[in-house]
Unconditional design. Structure first.
Length: 199
């Protein structure tokens, strides 16, 4: 039975630091592994055009960042694609996390909260051990069987089922968010919202 897990983690957040130093706010809208060592992230940057431009320039100068480019802008929020080395929390995952419910890199406070779905309670110990190997302090806040806390609509159940069956939560992913979007007939933004809103 799947477990809902909540960890308190103390990890560096270079993207948040880059945005803050320029007066912007940032949140991770979506992420996906590029390969064993790199991630691609879709960020929402909020701030004036100058602040956003300066934040992107700062991110482009970060060690290991291969791309930091604006892809869309609407109502004060700019979507930015960033490719970068996998952050420590993502490296510690190693496929044991089925789905992130709250990304710790979206937290503006330290320690951050990382909520995710794991297959087994034993996976949590492995994740915490790997976090320690990454130099990240972690503490378990909660582990709960999913069925006692999670109430999904029929639409959400269908989306999650199709995502699992098609390997969206596998590492590496067997289908992209855009591919999954075409299968279920929802936009990638709608799917991201469903995945983020599941509690």
């Amino acid at each position: 039975m799947f477990k809902g897990v909540s960890l308190e983690v103390k990890s560096r957040n270079d993207l948040l630091d880059a945005a803050r130093m320029n007066g912007a706010t940032v949140s991770i809208a979506d992420c996906s592994p590029l390969d064993r060592d790199r991630m691609i992230m879709l960020l929402d940057l909020s701030g004036t055009p100058d602040v956003v431009r300066d934040s992107i320039a700062t991110m482009q100068k970060m060690v290991g960042v291969g791309l930091a480019r604006e892809v869309d802008s609407d109502a004060g929020v700019t979507r930015v694609i960033v490719t970068l080395p996998k952050p420590g929390v993502c490296r510690a995952n190693a496929g044991d996390v089925m789905m992130c419910l709250d990304c710790p890199y979206n937290s503006t406070e330290m320690p951050a909260r990382w909520r995710f779905v794991a297959k087994r309670t034993s996976d949590v110990g492995q994740i915490i051990s790997r976090l320690g190997d990454e130099g990240i302090q972690a503490r378990v806040e909660d582990i709960t069987p999913m069925d006692s806390k999670l109430t999904l609509t029929e639409k959400e159940k269908g989306v999650i089922t199709v995502a699992i069956e098609n390997g969206y939560f596998d590492f590496p992913r067997k289908i992209t968010l855009e591919g999954l979007s075409q299968l279920v007939g929802l936009s990638a933004d709608e799917l991201s919202k469903i995945f983020r809103s599941v509690e």
